[in-house]
Design a protein around this ligand. Structure first.
Ligand code: NAD
Ligand code: TYD
Length: 350
């Protein structure tokens, strides 16, 4: 039986990874370590919380001593590290949390892994989950490759870039077996409604304005979250250590076109006359330092490990909308309390 640590498993992508591993690998014991920030929610894992091969540990990756104790206690065979502060807008207003969790927290985990695996690193793996945002911003043409030079431009992406460097430094300096993947924007069930798609679904449902930064011309490449979880599974089991893999949906949308499509889907689902929701679109002050375009070349992952996205965007978006409409309680619980304060601060002055 292998013991695998997944950090950040109560967050958006983490819960999909935890669920997949708990169900697909009964021979693995999955330890989900999360300190349940505003973005972490154990309700995301209700359907697996009683599984015999699952355990939840509430702990903060910024606490170095605690991390080392936990690593010594469990003697993990592998680590999949997703815990992070993940929202660009929050990194603009409160950058220090990003420095502590994303940089110091990652180094604490690397240190704990190095110390506990010191005498035998064979068959161990420290898998660090990162973002395409470390590569910076593209113009109208071009793609991010694994070899693209880092050029992070927000406190979030700079903190993720720093953590990627520390992971690679641990590989070169200490021979720690590591792998990194850099993925494009994810969407799907259980995403916190601070991010564009779930925020817009929630606002449309409640007939509230849909805030579009600037002119809505920024471009993102969108990937269904379960396709990311599948890529993580493949990379965890079949990667070459020391390597980097880009993961992307080959699915670029300007924000405005994406929101128009979403409005069309929502009108149908809510039985509203076509053209109703689109009237909620409201252009607001642009995000500071707003990256224009992200686009990923994922041919290495596709060629070497045979991965490809399983869903067309229209299908994935429809599935996502269906999930949010069927899980009103989940959204209501999340948007009561602290979320209101965040929303006011982020959007009322725009
Ligand atoms: P999320 O914000 O939904 O979840 C982050 C999780 O980490 C939460 O459960 C939170 O409680 C936990 N966490 C935060 N600080 C912690 C700490 N100090 N100690 C322990 N746990 C802590 O994020 P997400 O969207 O699921 O992203 C997961 C990872 O994937 C991140 O590393 C992110 O950079 C990366 N990523 C995200 C996307 C995306 O589109 N969401 C794309 C590419 C890469
Ligand atoms: P987001 O979901 O925050 O992801 P990221 O910044 O990591 O790409 O934002 C996706 C795009 O949508 C980005 O270009 C910013 C834009 N956006 C809006 O126009 N309005 C919003 O309210 C939000 C949250 C994002």
């Amino acid at each position: 039986m292998k013991t695998i640590l997944i950090t950040g498993g109560a967050g958006f992508i983490g819960n999909h990874v935890v669920r997949r591993f708990v169900r697909k690998y009964p021979d693995y014991k999955i330890v989900n370590l999360d300190n349940l920030t505003y973005a972490g929610n154990l309700a995301n894992l209700k359907d697996v919380e009683k599984a015999p091969n699952y355990e939840f540990v509430k702990a903060d990756i910024v606490d170095a001593k605690h991390m080392l104790e936990i690593f010594k206690q469990y003697n993990f065979d592998g680590v999949i590290h997703l815990a992070a502060e993940s929202h660009v807008d929050r990194s603009i207003s409160s950058p220090m949390e990003f420095i502590f969790t994303n940089i110091v927290g990652t180094m604490n985990l690397l240190n704990a892994a190095r110390i506990t695996w010191e005498n035998n690193m064979e068959n161990k793996l420290f898998y660090h989950i990162s973002t395409d945002e470390v590569y910076g911003s593209l113009g109208e043409l071009g793609l991010f490759y694994e070899t693209t030079a880092y050029d992070p431009r927000s406190p979030y992406s700079a903190s993720k870039a720093s953590s990627d460097h520390l992971v690679r430094a641990s590989f070169h300096t200490y021979k720690l077996p590591v792998v990194i993947s850099n993925c494009s924007n994810n969407y799907g069930p259980y995403q916190f409604p601070e991010k564009l798609i779930p925020l817009s679904i929630n606002n449309i449902k409640h007939n509230k304005p849909i805030p579009i930064y600037g002119k809505g011309e920024n471009i993102r490449d969108w990937l269904f979250v379960e396709d990311h979880a599948n890529a993580i599974d493949l990379i965890f089991h079949h990667c070459k250590t020391g390597e980097t893999y880009n993961i992307g949906g080959n699915n670029e949308w300007t924000n405005i076109d994406l929101i128009r499509l979403l409005c069309w889907v929502m009108d149908r689902k809510l039985n509203r006359p076509e053209g109703t929701s689109v009237q909620l679109i409201t252009f607001v002050k642009d995000r500071a330092g707003h990256d224009l375009r992200y686009a990923i070349d994922s041919s290495k992952l596709q060629g070497e490990l045979g991965w490809k996205p399983s869903l067309q965007f229209a299908e994935g978006l429809e599935k996502t909308v269906d999930w949010y409409l069927a899980n009103e309680d989940w959204m209501n619980n999340i948007t009561s309390g602290d979320y209101q304060g965040y929303y006011e601060k982020q959007y009322t002055k725009r």
